[in-house]
Design a protein around this ligand. Sequence first.
Ligand code: PRT
Ligand code: ZN
Length: 287
Amino acid sequence: MNNEILRIAIQKSGRLTEKSMQLLSDCGIQLQNGKRKLLSPATNFPLEIYFLRDDDIPQYVEDGVADVGILGENVLLEEQAQVNTVLELGFAQCRLSLAIPKNEIYTGVDYWEGKKIATTYSNILKKYLAEKNIKADIHAISGSVEIAPSIGLAEGVCDLVSTGSTLLSNGLKEVEVILKSQAVLVANQQLSPQKQQILAQLLFRIRAKQAAANNKYILLNAPNDKIDEICALLPGMKSPSILPLRNSNWSSLHSVVQEQAFWDIIDKLKAAGAEGILVIPIEKMIV
Ligand code: PRT
Ligand code: ZN
């Protein structure tokens, strides 16, 4: 049977939704329903999209109601679901941290012995405290964790942080990072061979997009006697392309550089005599 469809669960409405949809769109996947219903079939790929609350995604994937899902590692660890993490997606980066009122003096992890901590991440916090051999009172609440100390509900909090401005505006300071998190693609542990094949196709497309996002195409003109020196600075996909220019003392070099490295490389290229440097985004990259 070759008409299997991969069912992917993504967050219905929240911080992961737009990036998850963008990821599928970058993979060339188009949805049938313009409007977001509970379920949207893709028109040009064997995929169906379920829109769910992020907390429900681990269980749906574990049970096989959905085959794969996109969610934050923080939710995955908190829900303790038996699923495979297939790929880190690099968005929705945040950390799960412990924080205390800013005027308190933090003495290290022992500070938490006997303290009351408010959190929506009881399981992760329980495990962390057990590893550190600390006995604290975990107060599980379902939202607005950051106000707990000011209303006398707890002495500290364990919550997600990205910019830190929520902690700051609630008079709190971050004192321990328990977990670093990002969005991940997870899969059911018993996918059929057909579904595994569809997942492999999807992963191929996501990786091509990730590789492209991490790299830039670079073109430059170089005096012929500097080509070796300039090539040594360009760790391209295999070897840079070199094309003759009308001025026979000069050539045009084309290569690929990593996004992170390129400012550093460009300074060195200029110093080595490169001119007319163009850096161009890459749409997809198959490595
Ligand atoms: O309705 P549903 O249950 O689906 O959504 P939700 O409200 O539970 O989740 P949502 O949309 O808020 O977050 C989804 C996921 O985004 C989280 O599980 C994380 O993996 C990731 N993420 C990344 C964040 C943040 N950054 C983040 N900053 N999730 C929440 N926050 C909150 C945090 O709880 C705190 O209130 O933002 C505040 C802190 O932000 P800063 O920038 O002030 O530090
Ligand atoms: Zn949620």
